[in-house]
Design a protein around this ligand. Structure first.
Ligand code: ZN
Ligand code: ZN
Ligand code: ZN
Length: 111
């Protein structure tokens, strides 16, 4: 009987975000790139392609982090032991070897 209650009651939350996505419930403060980039999650469009291997990406940030797998650049370093990583996710996984924390398996490195 009370199942509908959870979805209701978000007063004014979208009022300051005038650019809604018409395909899902999300809305955005600026039209610009936010909505455009978000729409790609629906269209599957991947305008950024890797010049090395041709792999395609939705966001430029994804491409630049992928490029590091080719360049070998490792901008993320561990403050505890100094080991360097190409992906921030790999550093986070590595940090757990110091803390002993293991909440889930890293999808990239499998550690
Ligand atoms: Zn959407
Ligand atoms: Zn590549
Ligand atoms: Zn370390």
């Amino acid at each position: 009987q009370s199942l509908g209650l959870a979805a209701a009651g978000r007063p004014g939350k979208t009022a300051k975000r005038p650019f809604p996505c018409h395909l899902c419930e999300r809305s955005f403060i600026q039209r610009g790139d936010f909505l455009k980039v978000h729409m790609r999650t629906h269209t599957g469009e991947k305008p950024f392609s890797c010049s090395h291997c041709g792999r395609r990406f939705t966001r430029s940030g994804d491409l630049s982090s992928h490029m590091r797998t080719h360049t070998g650049e490792k901008p993320f370093s561990c403050q505890i032991c100094g080991k360097s990583f190409s992906q921030s996710c790999n550093l986070l996984c590595h940090l757990r070897t110091h803390t002993g924390e293991k909440p889930f398996t890293c999808p990239t490195s499998g550690i």
